[in-house]
Design a protein around this ligand. Structure first.
Ligand code: NDP
Length: 497
């Protein structure tokens, strides 16, 4: 591997509660590893019941202060946090790359940037959140009602490991803009940047307790999702986890937002600009080593365009550079863990066994400098059928399946034949067809002539088993606030008794 840039010395990761690091009562913990080397990065303390109780109590105290501040003041804090995050981009990107194995170029330009955009966006919205006034007219003595848009209280955010700081920001920013407090649990595989975000919030002027971080595994998550004084849970994770979280949240009727997995289709019609379609297929499969929930891993190509599309796709995939995630020239980094790498390799083996043709990749790279990490070269399978494991299971790795279709109806029916419904893409120069197709695709987020772009202004989320609720855009405000209706009588009480 090339010489790594000077790497930070990482201190023990503790919970962050009430505006400061919070040591665990029993000292239980685990080592977190660098996916590129499998060397330990630091020790992480697990939050058990005492720490979760402390975090909820701190959040209640933080909520009292934060929710009493006006929207403009809250927005100022969030916008200041965005500036601080941007100023610390390099440091946070290095941490994110060490933690996730993703290329540093991505961490800088996407992960931290998207987190900062999110804080800035909701910082701008905070002052605009309000209810409405409705006059009921002369027949009602001009009685009226108004609605108050109120925060929910203490919310919890539980993150996946693929976009740690982005996920933390996507949950914290709208929650805080609405006046809520949050207890956030990052995935145990990527615990490093959530605490940094807490530090950023403190520096920006967020009251202590309004944003807390606890570390740990599913058990820590369960303590949050079952906690009677937490009003809402927002989870990013697998479908199976979503079902468990929803069941646990039901015990106290918590509101839930679920951002879950997918096996999304990308439809390429023969009239499409094929270079753009190939660019999108690469972005839809190999960004972050394929560890993206919305990835378009089922690439349906109209039969007549198949050969031209595949030639371009394979040539450009083979030119991608796999290597040290800290090298700014690297395109493909390391998968999150050895266990996950083996799972991805297992799918590649299953694809071969089921008769799909592996056109390139799907191997452990032979560079000895990468031998200790969890690397797999980007794989393209041709000759796939809808019933293959690689086509219907979410792999969450760099594995692209090419399928061909004859008609628009066929493509849409096959694209929809999945329990997932997170995302979909359509490439065509025929705009009427593009809009017709997206109207029929069962997916929460669709792209026409692009893929995987998630501007913060655009609501993001899934349908069917890919999720409930939306993140980003104004839509997220609905999921972090509640309306109170207040009727005001202007006349006498009309009473028949
Ligand atoms: P998991 O579902 O395994 O974990 C997600 C989070 O939930 C982790 O913090 C995990 O803790 C925690 N958790 C696990 N079990 C429970 C439980 N019973 N109660 C409460 N919390 C629990 O997902 P991954 O981290 O493996 O992430 C990959 C998945 O996330 C993929 O399916 C991907 O599609 C999806 N995802 C969805 C996105 C979307 O926006 N729709 C975006 C990104 C990813 P721990 O890991 O510490 O054990």
């Amino acid at each position: 591997m090339p010489d790594a840039p000077s790497l930070p010395t990482l201190s023990r990761q503790r919970a962050w509660i009430g505006g400061a690091p919070y040591p665990s009562a029993d000292g239980r913990g685990f080592e977190t590893l660098n996916p590129a080397t499998n060397q330990p990065l630091c020790h992480v303390e697990i939050a058990g019941e005492p720490e979760v109780e402390a975090a909820v109590a701190a959040a209640e105290a933080g909520f009292a202060v934060w929710s009493a501040m006006g929207g403009t003041a809250r927005g100022r804090v969030l916008k200041r946090a965005a500036e601080i995050l941007r100023a610390r981009t390099r440091e946070l990107s290095v941490l994110e790359t060490l933690d996730t194995g993703k290329p540093i170029a991505e961490a800088q330009s996407v992960d931290v940037a998207s987190g900062a955009d999110c804080l800035e966006y909701y910082g701008g919205l905070a002052a605009t959140l309000h209810g409405e006034h409705v006059d009921l007219g002369a027949a009602w003595n001009h009685s009226f009602f108004y609605t108050r848009r109120e925060p929910l209280g203490v919310c919890t955010g539980i993150g996946a490991w693929n976009y740690p700081i982005q996920i933390a920001c996507w949950k914290a920013a709208p929650a805080l803009a609405c006046g809520n407090a949050m207890v956030f649990k990052p995935a145990e595989l990527t615990p490093l940047t959530a605490t940094k975000l807490a530090e950023v919030f403190k520096e920006a002027g967020l009251p202590d307790g309004a944003f807390n971080v606890v570390h740990g595994f599913a058990e820590t998550g369960r303590l949050l999702t079952r906690h009677p004084r937490i009003a809402k849970v927002s989870l990013t994770g697998e479908v199976g986890t979503g079902k468990k979280v929803m069941a646990d949240a039901a015990g106290s009727l918590k509101q839930v937002t679920l951002e879950l997995g997918g096996k999304s289709p990308l439809l390429v019609f023969a009239d499409a600009d094929l270079d753009n379609a190939v660019s999108a297929a690469l972005m839809a499969n190999f960004f972050t080593q394929g560890e993206i929930c919305s990835n378009g891993t089922r690439v349906f190509v109209e039969e007549s365009a198949r050969d031209a599309f595949l030639d371009k796709l394979v040539a450009r995939t083979q030119a991608m550079r796999i290597g040290d995630p800290m090298d700014p020239a690297t395109h493909v980094g390391a998968l999150i863990s050895r266990e996950h790498r083996d799972k991805v390799l297992g799918y590649i083996e299953a694809g071969r066994a089921e008769g799909a043709r592996l056109l390139c990749g799907g191997e452990i790279p032979d560079d000895p400098a990468l031998a200790e990490g969890n690397f797999v070269t980007p794989a393209i399978f041709d000759g796939c059928t809808d019933d293959m494991k690689i086509v219907h299971d979410e792999i969450f790795g760099p594995v692209l399946s090419v399928l061909t279709f004859g008609s628009e109806d066929e493509a849409i029916a096959r694209a929809n034949a999945t329990p997932y419904g997170l995302a979909a893409g359509v490439f065509t120069r025929d705009l009427a067809r593009a809009h017709r197709a997206v109207a029929r695709l069962q997916a929460g987020t669709c792209w026409i002539n692009n893929y995987n772009l998630t501007p913060i202004e655009m609501p993001f989320g899934g349908v069917k088993q890919s999720g409930i609720g939306r993140e980003n855009g104004r839509a997220a405000i609905e999921h972090y606030s509640q309306l109170k209706s207040v009727y005001v009588e202007m006349g006498d009480v009309d009473c028949p008794y």
